[in-house]
Design a protein around this ligand. Structure first.
Ligand code: G3I
Length: 604
């Protein structure tokens, strides 16, 4: 595996050329600045600068500089870059504070201009030793990596939804009633959800039992930033956004809880359109606004439904177009929402860029081209995404999918090369193999598991299996999905439900024949069946997958009529209602079903 080349300038290093003060305080601070080459190829490299706080007090804002002989920075992320040799990089606000013992990294891509990879000296107050004048924060977060990128927004309490006075549970920033009789987990008492005292008290500080009528407890909780409340032990997916409150202030009339994301300690995600897509969530119109409200209230992670796929990001070799994806990722992170990347490698139709479709080369040259793509993309988003679908849909029931340009030119080897490259580019991201129709334990699941076992034995970096879960109300059986979950768990890999949707019609069932026989209206009966189904899938997930292996549950789309199923499965023949929210951006019964499962309530 590629090993990082590290050049370190420690505490006390002399201030060098190009020193910039930026937002750094006037006093020198005690830090180490490291210049890292994270990947190096013929014409370029990706690098990072890591700033570690080796002192006793918080670093509050930073700015560093460096200069090359020949190399040239072409783009940078997680920093504000200025100058053109020497370069100056300063913090973006959310990554400005570095607690003692912690570090912050930002990344950049470099054109070597025909020369070697250089290892320039990094200078700046923050690299030079001394003592910061800023006061240490009251509690510290885990590590200053990707998780902090998505955790710098203050949380707020939904205090308007609960009665004042008496003890309540501050559940990761949202107030809920304390249960009177339920001894553990979530309960259902007096017609509302409640949290058992023991469960409430098991949260990390500052959460737990509070006096709901006391303004003191409210103000304490509401002013705690989520970077201080990061509870997960690693910088991986679960740590990103789930441990802090959403920004909404009032529960929906229709739901018994305020926010889906706050009911889970793993990412509850949703796929979104963005960029030039119809219904982009970033559009300045009612559809954009309606979606943004739902997402910030209920979801702690997003997946780009399309715009982070191969052809969207890398349509000419070496020329990456990150603008639309960056805008989406920035929006998510600034709203305390994590990102699951989808997908680094997918053989399907127009997802493969033309330059790859037309590429003529040896197996080794193909591997080089694939690595360039994976590394170019994964290193660009390193520190900003929780996880990646590294390879999507590489199997069919009979074995490896052979009608794939990657298989045709590299054989099955392309899959492991993609995982190796992704890990080099972003060692902190969780790396998933993702596929559909594995939920039933079909031959395809066995094929994927044989690959995963082989990867684990040979130390090929894989963190989990993504089950797409484009399922139906009547397929597959919950016992089948429980079995596949537990098989992945037995291998020690994470399980992520990556693309969950459940239409009320099943076009493959004997009962369905359009236009004669199908469900043409969203009846109470259809909604109820769908609610129970959503609930039982999440229930099975919680039962079979232990907390440390839960990569999360993502629903494939925000509102019903935007679902891909209507065009691509039902041929635009009729309406469908496969998602959690309707076209008025109101929650539907299945949203309650997911919430019920997350709260440990029966699926009914
Ligand atoms: O952007 C063009 C637009 O310019 C054009 O006018 C329009 C006309 O057809 O097409 C637009 O592109 C569409 C694209 O979505 C963006 O909205 C494509 O036709 C359409 O085929 C594409 O569908 C996406 C599909 O992947 C691509 O194969 C779906 O939205 C997306 O939900 C779906 O997602 C996949 C996952 O990535 C992998 N798992 C299966 C899942 C469902 O197929």
């Amino acid at each position: 595996m590629f090993s990082k080349k590290i050049t370190t300038w420690g505490t006390g290093a002399l201030l060098g050329l190009g020193l910039a003060m930026g937002s750094v305080g006037v006093q020198a601070q005690t830090g180490n600045c490291e210049y890292l080459v994270t990947n190096d190829w013929n014409s370029g490299l990706t690098g990072a600068i890591r700033i570690s706080n080796t002192g006793d007090s918080a670093i509050d804002g930073w700015s560093v500089s460096w200069e090359y002989d020949n190399n040239q920075v072409t783009n940078a992320w997680n920093t504000q870059l200025s100058g053109s040799n020497p370069y100056t990089a300063s913090d973006m606000g959310w990554n400005g504070t570095i607690q003692p013992g912690q570090s912050v990294e930002f990344g950049f891509q470099v054109n070597k201009n025909g020369g070697e990879a250089e290892a320039p000296e990094v200078t700046g107050d923050v690299c030079a030793g001394g003592t910061s004048s800023s006061a240490p924060a009251s509690s510290s977060s885990s590590v200053a990596t990707s998780s902090e990128a998505s955790s710098a927004v203050s949380s707020s309490l939904a205090s308007s939804s609960v009665p004042s006075g008496g003890e309540q549970c501050d559940w990761y920033g949202t107030l809920y009633p304390l249960c009177q009789t339920t001894e553990s987990g979530w309960g259902w008492e007096s017609n509302e959800s409640c949290v058992a005292r023991s469960t409430c008290e098991s949260q990390p500080a500052p959460y737990g039992v509070v006096n709901g009528g006391s303004s003191a407890s409210s103000s304490v909780s509401s002013s705690v930033s989520s970077s201080q409340s990061s509870v997960q032990s690693s910088a991986s997916s679960e740590s990103s956004a789930q441990s802090s409150a959403s920004s909404s202030s009032a529960p929906s009339d229709d739901l018994t809880f305020e926010s889906l994301r706050n009911l889970a300690e793993f990412p509850v995600g949703v796929a979104v359109p963005a960029g030039n897509e119809t219904n982009s969530i970033l559009d300045d119109d009612p559809t954009g606004e309606g979606q943004r409200e739902i997402i910030t209230q209920h979801f702690g992670q997003i997946t780009a439904g399309n715009i982070m796929k191969m052809s969207y990001l890398h349509n000419q070799r070496g020329n990456f177009t990150f603008g639309n994806a960056d805008a989406l990722v920035d929006w998510a992170l600034s709203n305390n929402i994590g990102v699951h990347g989808h997908a680094l490698v997918w053989h399907s139709e127009y997802q493969v860029p033309d330059w790859m479709n037309n590429f003529q080369g040896t197996e080794e040259e193909w591997v080089e081209a694939l690595r360039e793509h994976v590394i170019g993309v994964a290193s660009h988003f390193a520190g900003r995404v929780d996880s990646w679908d590294v390879v999507n849909e590489a199997f069919v029931d009979e074995g490896y999918r052979t009608d794939s340009i990657f298989y045709e030119n590299m054989g099955e080897r392309y899959i492991e090369e993609a995982f190796i490259a992704a890990n080099e580019a972003d060692p902190d991201a969780d790396l998933y193999y993702n596929d559909f129709s594995m939920e039933n334990g079909q031959p395809k699941f066995d094929n994927a598991m044989a690959m995963a076992r082989d990867f684990v034995e040979r130390d090929i970096p894989i963190d989990g299996i993504g089950f797409q879960f484009h399922v139906f109300v009547d397929w597959p059986s919950t016992s089948a999905m429980r079995e596949v979950f537990s098989e992945v768990v037995d291998l020690g890999l994470k399980v992520k439900i990556t693309e969950l949707d459940i239409p009320v019609n099943n076009p493959y069932s004997d009962n369905y024949s359009y236009p004669d026989n199908y469900i043409s209206e969203y009846t109470d009966e259809a909604a109820q069946a769908q609610k129970e189904r959503y609930c039982s899938i999440v229930e099975a997930y919680l039962d079979e997958v232990p907390p440390e292996l839960r990569g999360g549950v993502t629903v494939w789309g925000v509102f019903d009529s935007d679902s891909w199923l209507i065009e691509q499965t039902f041929d635009n023949n009729h309406d469908e209602w496969p998602l959690l929210f309707n076209d008025n951006f109101e929650p539907k019964p299945p949203a309650q079903g997911v919430g019920d499962a997350l709260m440990g309530l029966p699926c009914q």
